[in-house]
Unconditional design. Structure first.
Ligand SMILES: Cc1cc2nc3c(=O)[nH]c(=O)nc-3n(C[C@H](O)[C@H](O)[C@H](O)COP(=O)(O)O)c2cc1C
Length: 209
């Protein structure tokens, strides 16, 4: 498989930086494989008083103010997608969901179909709902007619060291905070996921008339 001609858009939401770091690693992995990559952060929707009540949330929002917001043209431009979200009550964060719910125009025009798509997440707890979050995210990809690209156990060592989630790279924040080797392994797996996505994107793009 070749990532030549791959154009990847990475769209994510992060309130305190964990998923942001994963998104940057996915970008790096796709770019290293040879893809052109756009990184996009969906807008914050939480009320100001909720954000202000958490200094880490406020600080991260300010620190990432330079990251462009996604547009539907970013989706039309790309031939592969990665979406990242923190696990929120076992589900996709509303901020990302809101963006996904604006895609009915390109979906109806078939502009999202036949392209590879993958997801990544982070939760606080090991059993806090990472898989249900990714499966929920993937429901949208099925409706688009996208080609879901999971991490699987294709590179078993990389996925295993990162916690072993074959649905998509998923960080356990509690563990990453105290285990530097684990935190590094998760970022390595996210870079792998970006490269794997880019290879699918380039290969499928080359096969398209
Ligand atoms: C409203 C809310 C709901 C959450 N729900 C869960 C959950 O269901 N399971 C879990 O393990 N962590 C949960 N968390 C914790 C986040 O998933 C976790 O802190 C994650 O690493 C945050 O990523 P971020 O720094 O990119 O925002 C929740 C956090 C918030 C604010």
């Amino acid at each position: 498989m070749s990532a030549q001609n791959a154009r990847i858009t990475v769209v994510y939401y992060s309130s305190t930086g964990n998923v942001h770091r994963l998104a940057e690693a996915v970008v790096d992995g796709a770019a290293d494989a040879g893809a052109e990559v756009r990184l996009r952060r969906v807008p914050e929707l939480a009320p100001a008083e909720v954000v202000e009540a958490d200094p880490a949330w406020r600080a991260h929002l300010d620190a990432t103010a330079h990251v462009p917001e996604p547009s539907l043209d970013d989706l039309r431009w790309a031939n592969g997608y990665a979406f990242g979200t923190p696990t929120r009550f076992g589900n996709v964060a509303a901020q990302l969901r809101q963006f996904l719910d604006t895609t009915s125009g390109p979906w109806q025009a078939g502009e999202l179909a036949d392209k590879p798509a993958t997801g990544f997440t982070g939760s606080y707890e090991e059993h806090g709902g990472q898989e249900s979050t990714l499966l929920s995210l993937y429901n949208t990809f099925f409706h688009w007619g996208a080609v879901v690209v999971p991490t699987g156990y294709v590179d078993y060592e990389v996925v295993h060291r990162a916690g072993g989630n074959p649905y998509g790279v998923s960080q356990v924040e509690e563990r990453a905070a105290v285990d530097a080797d684990y935190a590094k392994a998760v970022l390595t797996a996210a870079r792998y996921q970006g490269g794997r996505l880019a290879a699918f994107a380039g290969t499928l793009a080359a096969a398209r008339p």
